[in-house]
Design a protein around this ligand. Structure first.
Ligand code: KIV
Length: 271
């Protein structure tokens, strides 16, 4: 008899139940095997292979340049490190905006070529038809409304969305459209906490907030922001739990000086 404990995977059902029971969902982004493994072992519920990898991994100013092939490449690495968390993959810019069919085909490709559990796409009413088709094929979809970074060129800035009544109404309608189209959860990005609370109470699916206040059903952050690794841009909603950029700098400086001063390798580190 095996003594190994079986790990129960987080599924869309688990997340729905967590909302019902008032248990908060903890989510983070991951782009590589090592980080995914650490986050999964720590007990994270959901890992997003976010298109934010275009910023924090590739060094681009926006999320627009990342491609389908690159998202698939990173997702394959992430899923290998995960036993428990649900892995969701961002559909990159222009992989679903062209037509419902194109979105459907690309969502299918992500699911076929990676071991991810779901895809995420940005937008509300505008993408409801695409969400409907994808979910009808048995692929779970997570929505994303409020500040949607793939529309940065339309918005003109990364300012908070939904501050005026008209915008707030649009965002609420978008969230409802996403739920009605069959999404299992929705990300609420950079909107007033009161609006996020209203959306969370209106929807039956979980809301995952980023810069959307305490009353969402869960929270997500970009992992390199939380670890203090990505210091180029720090929105107010980020809480830094570590200063890994500083730690890395110190370690690397120590290594350089050990090499230069012939302190590395020692005899024990040699053959
Ligand atoms: O790409 C990403 O990391 C995201 C999160 C900010 C939700 O979409």
């Amino acid at each position: 008899m095996s003594t190994e404990k079986t790990i129960r995977r987080v599924t869309t059902k688990t997340l729905g139940l967590m909302k019902k029971k008032g248990k908060k969902i903890a989510a983070l982004t991951a782009y590589d095997f090592i980080t995914a493994r650490i986050l999964d072992k720590a007990g994270i519920d959901l890992l997003l292979v976010g298109d934010s990898l275009a910023n924090v991994f590739q060094g681009n100013e926006t999320t627009l340049p990342v491609t389908m092939d690159e998202m698939i490449y990173h997702t394959k690495a992430v899923t290998k490190g995960v036993d428990r968390a649900m892995v969701v993959v961002d559909m990159p810019f222009m992989s679903y905006q062209l037509s419902v069919n194109e979105g459907f085909r690309n969502a299918g490709r992500i699911m076929k070529e990676t071991s991810a559990g779901a895809v995420k796409l940005e937008g509300g009413k505008r993408v409801a038809g695409t969400i409907k088709e994808i979910t009808a094929a048995g692929i779970p979809v997570m929505g994303h409304v409020g500040l949607t970074p793939q529309s940065i060129n339309q918005f003109g800035s990364y300012r908070e969305r939904g501050k005026n009544e008209e915008e707030a109404k649009e965002i609420l309608e978008d969230a409802i459209a996403v739920e009605q189209a069959g999404a299992f959860a929705v990300v609420l990005e950079k909107i007033p906490a009161t609006l996020a609370e209203k959306i969370t109470k209106t929807l039956t699916i979980p809301t995952i907030g980023i810069g959307a206040g305490i009353n969402c059903d869960g929270q997500i952050l970009v992992t390199p922001d939380l670890l203090g690794l990505y210091v180029e841009f720090q929105p107010r909603f980020v809480r830094k739990y570590a200063n890994l950029a500083e730690e890395m700098d110190k370690s690397i400086q120590n290594y350089i000086s050990d090499v230069k001063e012939k302190n590395f390798p020692s005899e024990a580190e040699s053959y």
